[in-house]
Ligand binder design. Sequence first.
Ligand code: SAM
Length: 256
Amino acid sequence: MWRRRLFEAGASAYDWLTWQERWRDHCRSMVDHLHLQTERPRILDLGVGPGISALGLLDRLPEATVVGVDLATRMMATARKRIEGRVSLVQADASHLPFADASFDAVTGHSFLYLLPDRSSVVREISRVLRPAGHCAFLEPNARPPRGVWRRIRGPLRFRISMVLWRVASSGAGRFEPATLQALLDEALLAQPPATTLHGLGLIGTARKPLPRIDETGDRLRADSTAETDFKNDEARKHQRRELPLTGQPTRLESS
Ligand SMILES: C[S@@+](CC[C@H](N)C(=O)[O-])C[C@H]1O[C@@H](n2cnc3c(N)ncnc32)[C@H](O)[C@@H]1O
């Protein structure tokens, strides 16, 4: 409850702080982790806030349909002013999403999962609304950034202030270690080891919804373990070829 009040009261301040190019750039980076198979995906951005995360996705995928969900009325009002017409906005609790099963190709969230009191129920909802083989990506604060990280954070003063506040605000809410973020997503999906971003201040957790297995009678069985193994092997090969950032190593954004 206090979290909801915080985002109601702080909507304008949060909007001012995050409505900037560098923040938007990090929102765009989530697209790199979605393994999309279409140029017109349906993407659900959870905890859309003032809307910059959804706009970042659209920058990279102008043909996508992006739906932004947020619980806070004032955040929704700010988002409507900012992005109405470009993004469909729905006020809802992410633990009870008003969408049909398998209705999205991808799900994203920037600074979202760490705020949730019941993360597991939201991950189950993400799994429900994702189509089989759909991916999700979440950029979250890292509990253990490397030493000297602040010397490496560059950019305009406003961006550096936003990073300091992100760090301070996330201290009370429960930041992630790579293993805890992966384990959370693994509860209902097939998660990969998170990548680091923002010089290690942030983690990008990614996961995929498994394909259903069909038996000889045509009935769905549990997720196909062969498909899961294929997926994990495929991801491991991509890491080896450096198509995806390796855990603990700089991502594409580090040079920006
Ligand atoms: C830190 S903001 C992130 C906003 C935006 N994604 C960005 O990158 O700037 C997190 C948002 O998640 C929303 N939120 C928190 N719990 C939620 C829930 N259970 N369901 C939907 N939204 C929620 C908050 O209202 C807030 O707007």
